[in-house]
Design a protein around this ligand. Structure first.
Ligand code: AMP
Ligand code: MG
Length: 334
């Protein structure tokens, strides 16, 4: 297949991902602008908002309509919404979804959200309805990430970044999408027909890298991060950004390197598939490379966590080996 001749808008599943992410991005912005951003706390103390539930309900319903019977593994579930403390949030989710679907009820919304309670199998979708919820609450970057995994391989993925400004007309908002072996593309939510292929930057020298990291210090190891930056002689100060928007930045050539080091407080942390799958394919199909800290490929065949991988190194590919070498010297051994 000649990549240059391939039109992503000719492929039914790819179009589904782009259309769905456009609708979800708009819903998330309405929730954010409508000040529906009060957060509830999940069991692990991480925040969850009306937008997380509304986006999962929307995408759960759309997948059910377009691909009945296909499995969805989403980050959220409707449990708290069914309790007394969740009833106000449920009311807000119902009112948001009611604008999209006339048959919206409390019960249906919970059903659509719980459509995402599937378990990984030979072929399934995975969804992070609001990746970077803390960024969403700060009104910084966040992403909606949807990927389709077949036999442990990410075959299709898209990331909506409603607050990411890539310049040009019409304000912020970018939708990235990639299909295995076919390429990676970006468009604006209101201009899908102007979708265009994207490519990583061609900078070779690690010292010239623009580096991305999480905003949350608990999601990386700041001391080790500083040491790696110094050893690579990187000149530009790192950019802190929430969510898989970071993978969009790498894929479009606006950054060269991303490091997710293991926080000393949670060395045993293993990434969730919905936090990496869509970002990984968008980056790889744009010519980039993504591995764990030891250079191992991310293994999406292990259930909902990347049990066989520790941390993440993502790059424009050209400087990947040099970075892995420095990590090895720093004592990241397996
Ligand atoms: P980021 O915006 O890059 O900080 O990534 C946000 C994601 O980090 C969230 O969706 C969480 O699932 C994930 N996360 C939660 N705890 C940790 C941790 N200890 N280390 C790395 N990532 C984490
Ligand atoms: Mg997430």
């Amino acid at each position: 297949m000649n990549k240059a001749l391939y039109n992503p808008l000719d492929d039914y599943r790819t179009v589904f991902v782009v259309d769905t992410l456009c609708k979800a991005a708009s819903l998330s912005k309405i929730a954010q602008e409508g000040l529906m951003i009060k957060a509830l706390s999940k069991a692990d103390q991480s925040p969850v908002t009306v937008a997380d539930f509304a986006v999962q309900a929307l995408i759960g319903k759309l997948i059910d309509d377009a691909f009945p019977g296909e499995v969805l593994v989403g980050e959220e579930n409707a449990e708290t919404l069914k309790t007394e403390s969740g009833s106000e949030t449920l009311g807000q989710v119902v009112s948001l979804l009611g604008k999209e679907f006339t048959d919206t009820t409390n019960g249906k919304v919970c059903e659509w959200i719980d459509r995402g309670s599937g378990q990984p199998t030979s072929q399934f979708w995975t969804l992070d309805p609001v990746d970077g919820t803390k960024g969403f609450l700060r009104r910084d970057q966040f992403a909606i990430a949807l990927a389709w995994i077949v036999s442990g391989v990410v075959e299709l993925g898209g990331i909506a970044c409603p607050s990411l400004d890539l310049g040009g007309e019409g304000g912020p908002g970018a939708i990235f999408v990639a299909r295995r072996g076919r390429g990676s593309w970006v468009c604006k939510a209101d201009k899908i027909s102007e979708i265009r292929p994207i490519r990583v930057s061609s900078i070779l020298d690690p010292a010239m890298a623009r580096v991305l990291r999480s905003v949350e210090s608990a999601h990386t190891n700041e001391d080790q991060f500083e040491k790696v930056i110094q050893q690579l002689k990187i000149v530009a100060p790192p950019v802190c950004m929430d969510s898989q928007a970071k993978y969009g930045m790498l894929a479009i050539g606006k950054a060269e390197l991303l490091l997710r080091l293991l926080p000393s407080s949670s060395l045993g942390y293993r990434e969730k598939i919905w936090d990496q799958a869509a970002g990984a394919i968008v980056l790889e199909e744009a010519g980039g490379r993504i591995t764990d800290l030891f250079g191992e490929k991310l293994d999406f065949s292990q259930g909902i966590t990347l049990d066989r991988n520790q941390g993440v190194v993502a790059s424009n590919s050209y400087m990947h080996e040099a970075v892995l070498e420095i990590l090895k010297e720093q004592g990241f051994k397996n």
